[in-house]
Write a protein that binds this ligand. Structure first.
Ligand code: KG4
Ligand code: ZN
Length: 344
């Protein structure tokens, strides 16, 4: 009988420390330690993130191995996030993985974080059959650090056809939340309050950016000015209108994102559409996508919630596909904070 391929995946690009185990493409464990230390600062503090990764990494890996019910000797290879991300954070995962590979005498596999978000669509679960996207498909990758539309031709051939020229969609959510006095990360809170509010209560001007690119910095400034003007007139404006403000800013962000996705699908004649990244957890975005699916006859792929935000399962599945191709790294490898998916 063939020996199973067991990949230990490590993710530490931003503020989540995660380890996962995948056996022959099927998930056995996916452990994520979130870092609450950033909540009070309104954003991720890089120095604090790397310190927290250093504290979390061994317990997280230990838990993943135990949850998977395997021994370290059974691991075929270790895959880690090489970039893009915060240098100090990436260094913790890369150093751990290099040492683990050397100590266990197993191959080391570097993974592009954005490729991981996209290949999260291929994570299989024991006993659960599901339809996977077929190539070529378009993936809208919307997270705290990125907003891209990627033409995915194969597991290893991906091309960015549109991206943000300034802030990411997740950043737009988080910055709007910060302006409203909500803790970081504010995206999930805006989502929660928006469910109760009227998305047409307030309107914000949308950017006029050519092609398939995005911009969110103007929206942030417009939103800040609006809130400052209103609170100057009525100090309790936010408190009284929180759900309507959240619903309105959320629907504006979604409209900006989806108008470009529709344009990309049309231009490339592709109806297989996937979404990835933390913002793909947003319920308003998911609802609007379901409407487009009906309207435009899209085949729509939305990952399970736990594979939307940063996780090591997506790194392990990418590592698995690279293992099948014998695509290994050497011990000389170092993190790449700016690592484009175009150069994988
Ligand atoms: O992919 P991710 O976990 O980390 C990065 O690689 O950035 O994405 C985190 C981002 C944060 O900006 C967070 O506010 C946003 O995803 N996010 C959401 C929701 N859940 C997470 N934004 C809107 N609605 C949500 N439900
Ligand atoms: Zn991410």
């Amino acid at each position: 009988m063939r020996k199973p391929i067991i990949i230990l995946g490590i993710e530490s690009s931003c503020d989540d420390t995660s380890a996962a185990v995948i056996k022959d493409g099927k998930i056995l464990a996916n452990i994520v330690a979130n870092q609450s230390v950033h909540e009070q600062y309104g954003g991720v503090v890089p120095e604090l993130a790397s310190r927290a990764h250093q504290q979390n990494i061994i317990p997280v890996v230990d838990q993943a191995i135990k949850r998977a019910g395997i021994t370290t000797n059974e691991i075929s290879a270790i895959a880690f996030t090489r970039g893009p991300g915060l240098m100090g954070s990436l260094l913790v995962g890369a150093s751990f993985s290099k040492a683990f590979a050397m100590g266990m005498n197993i191959p080391l596999i570097e993974v592009n974080h954005m490729q991981g978000h996209i290949l999260a669509h291929f994570i299989e679960e024991e006993g659960k059959e599901f339809l996977k996207p077929s190539f070529p498909f378009l993936c809208l990758t919307v997270s705290g650090g990125h907003t891209q539309i990627v033409l995915v031709k194969d597991f290893f051939d991906m091309q960015i056809i549109g991206e943000t020229i300034d802030d990411a969609a997740g950043e737009a959510f988080d910055k709007a939340a910060k302006i409203l006095g909500l803790p970081y990360p504010g995206g999930p809170l805006i989502d929660k309050y928006a469910k109760e509010g009227n998305p047409k209560a307030f309107s914000f001007s949308k950017p006029q950016i050519p092609d398939l690119n995005f911009s969110f910095s103007g929206l942030k400034t417009g939103f800040m000015n609006f809130i400052n003007n209103e609170t100057a007139k009525h100090p309790d404006f936010i408190e009284k209108n929180l759900v309507d403000i959240c619903a309105s800013i959320q629907s504006t962000i979604i409209e900006i994102v989806l108008s470009k996705l529709k344009k990309a699908a049309h231009l490339h004649h592709i109806q297989h559409i996937a979404i990835a990244g933390g913002v793909s957890a947003n319920s308003g975005l998911r609802n609007e996508l379901q409407k487009l699916k009906q309207e435009l006859k899209w085949e729509l792929f939305i990952p399970k919630f736990e594979y939307c935000t940063d996780n090591a399962a997506m790194i392990a599945i990418t590592g698995y596909h690279k293992f099948l191709k014998n695509d290994f790294s050497t011990q000389e490898i170092s993190p790449l904070p700016r690592y484009s998916i175009n150069s994988i």
